[in-house]
Design a protein around this ligand. Structure first.
Ligand SMILES: Cc1ncc(COP(=O)(O)O)c(C=O)c1O
Length: 466
């Protein structure tokens, strides 16, 4: 046991329990392949909506499209009545193609003049403005009134995004002085699970709403961004113990679990101490994103009211922009074992037909064990490093030892679970002319899986009853 066993939601569990269907799907679409599960996305939307409804908070949920490029998720976001957060011309085009009315689209992220001009052309589309230059550019370019959110640079860590609180008076002046700008509200986004930081940001945002009234403006929205977590691992304590063993190995106080001297971003001192921040984020959160949102809504502000009460009583609307939490448990990446081999130091390498960048943002070590789908009986198992198919030394899918229930055989499938958030898309490239894995959207009806190429019309149905 490595302690890195994945948390497997019911829909993914049903797919893994049906190797015949997985095999059919891979035969039809090739390997590697990304499978996305729009019904899981829809259930996540319902759970977020229920968390807000339970506290009677007027709200809008915007799916942060950047988490995954699948059209199936965009279609499901449209069908479930939520909004969409787009951060590029490509994402905007896909949202419009899917049928999103501009009034349900919000644009975030850094925007150049060309993108801003395009955004301003769609009446009712909300621009989440990152800086004064964007604000002034919209005021200059917009053919008609544009609803804008002003993004606050919040959180303890320095951020390249947003306006400092001290910049807001100038921003309010620009809005108040322009007929093309309509202040919809104040926004922020934090990349942390820290509740206190988020509550502090809400406090500042509410103060800025008050300040905006003093400038004759009437904002109606507080947008708390995304950052709601996923649950990746089944046993957070076991994972912490694995990381501890990994560190002991680096310090020479235990067996090495690392490939070829890799240090995972840690610095190993001459004194044997292991310091620094590793190149994997904390996969070990045990709370789903909806719990994080509930905790935020129930948190008490300085005046004794909860965040939910403040939003309601100030007649505001709360917007959220979840990316990863809406695609939690809504996708897997399937690859095929090509062969196994021994490296010169005796390490076992399992070589797959996908590259590291197709399953993790390439700078991040993937600290979640894959699931091996095989035809044989489990044997005593093995510990191996997973190697990718690029002709590059750095193309190791795991630089840490992975425990497998059996020595993999060529043709076995290796399934990476819960990869829909950023892992499938963010870094995937066509390096060395390997094609990017296709996406297939799968749904289960009456216990039987059906699938179609993402965005395609032709539907296949599993011939294996599950
Ligand atoms: C402005 C903004 N909103 C929402 C998100 C989505 O974040 P997450 O996927 O962590 O929910 C991001 C991610 O970078 C972001 O920058």
């Amino acid at each position: 046991m490595t302690g890195l066993a994945p948390r497997i939601g019911p829909e993914i569990a049903a797919l893994l329990a049906d190797p015949a269907t997985l095999g059919e799907l891979v035969r039809e679409h090739g390997s590697p392949v990304n499978i996305v599960l729009p019904d899981v996305f829809a259930a996540n939307v319902t759970a977020f909506g229920a968390t807000l409804d339970a506290r009677d908070v007027p709200h809008r949920i915007c799916f942060a499209h950047k988490a995954n490029q699948a059209r199936a998720f965009v279609d499901t976001a449209l069908r479930t009545g939520i909004g969409i957060d787009v951060a590029s011309g490509g994402e905007l085009a896909q949202a419009l193609r899917a049928g999103f009315p501009p009034g349900r689209i919000e644009a975030t992220g850094p925007k150049g003049e060309t993108f801003l001009e395009k955004l301003c052309a769609y009446g009712g589309l909300t621009v989440n403005v990152d800086n004064l230059w964007e604000l002034e550019t919209i005021a200059r370019l917009a053919p008609a009134r544009v609803p804008v959110l002003l993004r606050l640079s919040a959180g303890r860590r320095l951020s390249r995004f947003g306006l400092a609180p001290a910049d807001f008076p100038a921003a309010f002046e620009v809005v108040a002085g322009s007929e093309r700008l309509d202040l919809a509200g104040i926004a922020f986004h934090l990349d942390t699970a820290d509740l206190a930081e988020r509550v502090a940001a809400v406090t500042v945002a509410l103060e800025l709403v008050e300040n905006a009234y003093a400038h004759g403006l009437s904002p109606k929205v507080i947008d708390v961004g995304g950052g709601f977590r996923q649950v990746h691992l089944d046993d957070p304590d076991g994972a912490d113990a694995y990381v501890q063993r990994l560190r002991e190995g680096l310090a020479g106080q235990g067996p090495s679990l690392a490939w070829g001297g890799y240090t995972f971003g840690y610095r190993v001192g001459r004194d044997g101490a292991v310091r620094g921040t590793p190149v994997f984020h904390r996969y070990t959160g045990a709370e789903p994103g909806t719990t994080m949102l509930g905790d935020l809504l129930d948190a008490t502000l300085g005046d004794g009211r909860t965040v939910a009460e403040s939003v309601r009583e100030n007649l505001l609307e709360l917007w959220i922009e979840p990316g990863k939490a809406l695609v939690d448990q809504a996708g897997i990446t399937v690859a095929t074992v090509q062969f196994t081999r021994r490296a010169a130091d005796g390490s076992l390498l399992v070589v797959l037909d996908l590259s590291r960048d197709m399953v993790t943002p390439a700078d991040q070590e993937l600290m979640v064990d894959p699931v091996l789908i095989h035809n044989g009986q489990p044997d005593e198992g093995c510990e191996a490093f997973l190697a990718g198919n690029l002709c590059l030394e750095r193309d190791m899918i795991s630089n840490h030892l992975v425990r497998l229930p059996r020595l993999p055989q060529p043709g076995d499938l290796m399934v990476f679970v819960n990869t829909a958030a950023y892992q499938m898309d963010l870094s995937a490239s066509g390096a060395l002319m390997h094609p990017r894995p296709p996406k297939v959207a799968a749904t289960r009806r009456g216990g039987v899986f059906q699938w179609r190429a993402d965005g395609g019309d032709t539907c296949s149905t599993s011939t294996s009853a599950s």
